[in-house]
Structure formats: C-alpha cells, structure tokens
Ligand binder design. Structure first.
Ligand SMILES: NC(=O)c1ccc[n+]([C@@H]2O[C@H](COP(=O)([O-])OP(=O)(O)OC[C@H]3O[C@@H](n4cnc5c(N)ncnc54)[C@H](OP(=O)(O)O)[C@@H]3O)[C@@H](O)[C@H]2O)c1
Length: 311
C-alpha cells in the first residue's frame, strides 16, 4: 500500500509509470512561474502497469483530504484509475463519463473533480500534422495499436460529427488482451454511422504486422501501446511494411521509441510522415494544468508555455 506525507507547499501530482524521466519535471517550475504560481511544485507517483485498485484509491483519497495537494495529471493509468475510483469523485466531466477514463484531477471549492482531456489534447496534436481534408481526399484508414485511454480519446476526436466528411472510413483498434477490446467496442461502435470500427485481438507483434501490411496508402498508424517507453519493444516487428504516403504517430516522445525508429527506417522509401508525442505532451499537460491551477489556457498562453518547454 502506498503511503503519503501531507504536502508542505502547493503540489500537483503526476501519476504514471516512470515519472522521474519526464520532461515535465524540469518544465513545470518554469510554467508555474509563467502562470503566476511560482512555488507550486510537481511530484511524481509511479505505479506499475495495471496497479492494485486499492493503491489508486489511496492516491485519490490522499489528494482529496490534503489541503495543499491541488490535483494530478494521469497517464497510462487513466482507465484503471477511473474504474477503481469512480465513486470517490464529486464531479466527473462528460468525456470522462463517456470514455470511462480520467486524465486530470482538480479541486473546485470542496469538490474533487475528474476530467478526461485527451479527446481535446490528442485532437489538437492530430490537427498539427494531419492535413485538412486528408481523409476524403485520399481514402486511407486508421490503425490504432493499443485499446487504452489514448486510443479511445483519439477515436472520439477522429469521428467527431463536427468534422463532417473529413473523417476516416475505417478505424481498426488492436489490443494485446481481450478485455480492453470488448469495452472499447461497447463504447465506440455507434459514435458515427459513417465510420466503421474494427476490433482485432493481436497478442503478438506479428499479428499487428499483418494489419499494418494490409492498410491502403495514406493511412494513419498510431502506437498507443506505451511499448518503447512504459515497457521495452514495439507493437510491430521489423518486418512490418508501412503503407506508402502514410502518417505514423508514436504518441510518446521519450524512451527507446523503437516503433518510431522502425517507421523512420522506411520514411524515405515509403514516403512517411513520422510524428512523435511532443506536441501531444504540451497539449495534454497545459489542458490539465489549466484546471488544476484554475488558469485559462488561451492559444497564446499555450504557445508561450510551449516555447518555454522547448527552450
Ligand atoms: N505524449 C503524451 O503526452 C502522451 C499522452 C497520452 C499518453 N501517452 C503515452 O501513451 C501510452 C499509452 O497511454 P494509455 O493511457 O492509452 O495507456 P494504457 O491505457 O495502458 O493503454 C495501452 C494499451 O496498449 C495495449 N498493448 C500493449 N502492448 C500491445 C501490443 N503489442 N499490441 C496491441 N496492444 C498492446 C495494452 O493492452 P493490455 O490490456 O494487454 O495491457 C493497453 O490496453 C503511454 O505510454 C502513455 O504514457 C503519451
């Protein structure tokens, strides 16, 4: 069981797997100062993948009861933490309820609130590299490797009815275990009648390879498994062949990022655009920090914070 000491200064937590190595540890003090919260600190809480539900509840109860603990950003554990702690939150935003995941926790008066910002932050990150009208112009498909919180959030963004016909015809989601696929299917199947969802159990990288190899040109392939950061390796083997003229997104920006290396090796021959998770990182953090510190995050503020982080 994890034990905590009360915070002695205003503190935001980062709940992840290997938080110490994240750039946010160096970036947060600069951002806090720029946002008028100098002295607010960030502290990592590392939990193993699929941690004990009681540990998730202990973290949430601690933040709830400790006056100087302001809130948290959650990565990797978004779904597991939501499932364990749903009843502990006083307010849950519509995306968190829809996706049954939580990426941010903050306090509003005496209420503890849970939010899911990934549909917004992954959407902003996708907008930065997926050209306007990419889908109706070229007819490619989307392959999301991993059926975790990030893939669910991206699916919501990619099928948004507000995008009219700028949506992919087919989104295929794979996962190593079957449980996550069943819940993803229940959640996503009826989002948009113009998008067909396929859910495929892929216990080995060779299974994922077969799906990558079968994609049409101008597709989007996303590594949302955490492999290459949370655990070594890649969800595909070196034998996978990316579809020509496609977009390949490794949603992490640190770690050995083997999947990105595999894509880069084919970038010229297959004419790929290979993107990492840096822009997603900026949007994910600024969205949650805005709620935790109660600061509006305008486009200009995000740009300023992004420049500070880059520097
Ligand atoms: N750049 C950023 O700012 C940013 C933002 C969000 C997330 N991320 C990163 O993105 C990663 C995913 O996040 P998440 O919250 O979606 O994590 P998550 O909920 O743990 O989901 C990962 C999913 O991938 C599946 N998986 C693992 N290996 C696989 C394989 N070989 N083939 C198919 N599926 C496989 C896992 O299946 P099992 O059920 O079998 O474990 C799990 O369902 C994490 O590393 C996170 O840190 C980065």
């Amino acid at each position: 069981m994890i034990e905590f000491s009360p915070a002695s200064v205003p503190t935001m937590y980062f709940i992840g797997v290997s938080t110490r190595q994240s750039s946010i540890m160096r970036v947060f003090p600069l951002w806090a100062e720029a946002l008028g919260h100098a002295g607010t600190i960030i502290q990592g809480i590392d939990c193993p993948l699929h941690a004990d539900p009681e540990d998730y509840c202990a973290i949430i109860r601690f933040i709830q009861s400790d006056p100087l603990s302001l809130g948290a950003l959650i990565t990797t554990h978004k779904i597991d933490l939501f499932n364990a702690c749903e009843d502990l939150f006083d307010e849950i935003d519509p995306y968190a309820l829809q996706l049954r995941e939580v990426s941010g926790i903050y306090k509003s008066g005496d209420k503890l609130c849970a939010c899911a910002k990934d549909p917004i932050s992954s959407g902003l990150a996708l907008q930065a590299f997926v050209p306007h009208n990419f889908w109706p112009t070229h007819g490619g498909e989307v392959l999301l490797l991993g059926a975790g919180g990030s893939s669910l959030a991206m699916s919501l963004y990619l099928t948004n009815q507000g995008h009219e016909m700028d949506i992919p015809r087919i989104i295929t989601i794979t996962n190593r275990s079957v449980g996550r696929l069943a819940s993803a299917k229940a959640m996503l199947s009826n989002l948009n009648p113009n998008v067909e969802f396929r859910f495929v159990h892929c216990p080995t990288p060779a299974d994922n390879d077969r799906l990558v190899n079968a994609l049409p040109p101008y597709s989007l392939v996303v590594n949302a498994t955490g492999l290459g950061k949370d655990a070594p390796g890649s969800p595909i083997t070196d034998s996978a062949i990316f579809p020509i003229n496609s977009l390949v997104w490794e949603i992490n920006y640190r770690g050995d990022l083997l999947f990105r290396t595999q894509a880069n090796a084919q970038a010229i021959s297959r004419q790929l655009h290979v993107e990492d998770g840096w822009i997603y990182f900026i949007h994910g953090w600024t969205q949650v920090i805005g709620e935790v510190l109660h600061v509006p995050m305008s486009k200009e503020t995000v740009l300023h914070l992004s420049k500070l982080a880059q520097a």
